[in-house]
Design a protein around this ligand. Structure first.
Ligand code: C2E
Ligand code: MG
Ligand code: MG
Ligand code: MG
Length: 278
C-alpha cells in the first residue's frame, strides 16, 4: 500500500481532492445531459393541515437517477447545479413539469387537484428581475393561485431591495410564497414584514430535536408566535413521529410535511394515495 503511494508520488490528500474534483466534473456533465434530455423526475410530498390531517398541498421535489450511480441526492446535485450554472435550466424544467402535472391532474378530475403545489426556487433564479413573468410563461395554463413558491431564507439577503420587489410582484400575480428552511438564515422581523410572504417553513433541524431539546422547542414556539403576529402560516418540515405532530399542533403550527404523513412519491403513486379518484 505504502509503496504504491510513494510510487506515483502524489500525497493521499491531494489524491482525494483530485478524485472529488473529478467526480464533481463528471457529475456536472451527467447532470447537464440529464437536464437537457429531460431525464429528471418530480416527486410529490403531501402537506397536511395539522388540525385535521387533510391534504392542503404538495411540494414538488426533483429526483435524478444516474445509470451508474443510482439515485443522487438533491442535497448533492442542487448545490452543484447552482455552482455550475445549471440551475436555471433545471428550474425551468421543474416549473414546466409541475405545470404539466397540475394540468394532467386537473383534466382528469377538477376535484383532484392537490391544493397548492409548492415549487422550490433557488437563489440564482431569484436573481432574475423578470422571474415572475418567466414563471408565468413556463406555467401558462395553470392559475397562479395553484402554485406556491418556496424561497430559501438566505437567498433574500443578497439583494434586499430586489427581493422585496420580486416578492411583491409574485404576490401581486397571485402566487403564494413561503420561506423555506426558516430559522437557518438571518431574517429579522423587520425584513420579514417587507417580504410579503404567506408562510414560514420551520426548518427540519429544529423539528428533529424538538421533543428532547428544550432550546429547539423554544425556537419552534418562537417562530410560530412570530408568524402569527405577522399573520403568516407555519409549515413544519421533517415531521417523522406522531409525538412531533401532536406537539406542533398544540403549539399552533398550521401545517406539516414529513415521513409521518407521507414520503415524496412519483406523480402516479402520489395521486393514487392522496387525490380523490376521477
Ligand atoms: P427542501 O426544499 O427543504 O425540501 C424538504 C426536504 O426534506 C426534501 O429533501 C424532503 O425529501 C425531505 N424530507 C421531507 N420529509 C422528511 C422527513 O420526515 N425526514 C427527513 N429526514 N427528510 C424529510 P430532498 O428531496 O432530498 O431535497 C433536498 C433539498 O434540495 C430541498 O430541501 C431543496 O432545497 C432542494 N431541492 C429539491 N428539489 C428542488 C428543485 O426542484 N429545485 C430547487 N431549486 N431545489 C430543490
Ligand atoms: Mg422546499
Ligand atoms: Mg429548500
Ligand atoms: Mg427545507
Amino acid at each position: 500500500h505504502h509503496a504504491k503511494r510513494r510510487e506515483n508520488s502524489i500525497c493521499p490528500y491531494t489524491q482525494t481532492m483530485r478524485y472529488a474534483l473529478q467526480r464533481r466534473q463528471l457529475m456536472s456533465e451527467r447532470l447537464s445531459a440529464a437536464i437537457s434530455e429531460q431525464r429528471l423526475q418530480l416527486y410529490f410530498q403531501p402537506q397536511v393541515d395539522l388540525t385535521n390531517g387533510r391534504l392542503t398541498g404538495a411540494e414538488a421535489l426533483c429526483r435524478w437517477h444516474d445509470a451508474e450511480w443510482g439515485w443522487v441526492s438533491p442535497g448533492e446535485f442542487i448545490p452543484l447545479a447552482e455552482e455550475r450554472g445549471l440551475i436555471r435550466g433545471l428550474g425551468d424544467w421543474v416549473l414546466e413539469e409541475s405545470a404539466r402535472q397540475l394540468m394532467a391532474w386537473g383534466t382528469q378530475n377538477k376535484q383532484a387537484l392537490p391544493g397548492r403545489l409548492s415549487i422550490n426556487i433557488s437563489a440564482q433564479q431569484f436573481a432574475d428581475p423578470e422571474l415572475t413573468q418567466h414563471i408565468a410563461q413556463l406555467t401558462a395554463g395553470v392559475p397562479t393561485n395553484a402554485i406556491s413558491l418556496e424561497l430559501t431564507e438566505s437567498d433574500f439577503m443578497r439583494d434586499l431591495d430586489q427581493a422585496v420587489e420580486i416578492t411583491h410582484a409574485m404576490r401581486k400575480a397571485g402566487y403564494a410564497l413561503s420561506i423555506d428552511d426558516f430559522g437557518t438564515g438571518y431574517s429579522s422581523l423587520a425584513y420579514l414584514r417587507r417580504f410579503a410572504t404567506d408562510a414560514l417553513k420551520i426548518d427540519i433541524s429544529f423539528v428533529r430535536e424538538m421533543l428532547d431539546n428544550r432550546h429547539d422547542r423554544t425556537i419552534v414556539q418562537t417562530i410560530i408566535a412570530m408568524a402569527q403576529a405577522l399573520e403568516m402560516k407555519t409549515v413544519a418540515e421533517g415531521v417523522e413521529t406522531q409525538e412531533q405532530a401532536r406537539l406542533l399542533a398544540e403549539m399552533g403550527c398550521n401545517e406539516a410535511q414529513g415521513y409521518w404523513f407521507g414520503r415524496p412519491l412519483p406523480a402516479d403513486e402520489f395521486a393514487a394515495m392522496w387525490l380523490s379518484p376521477a
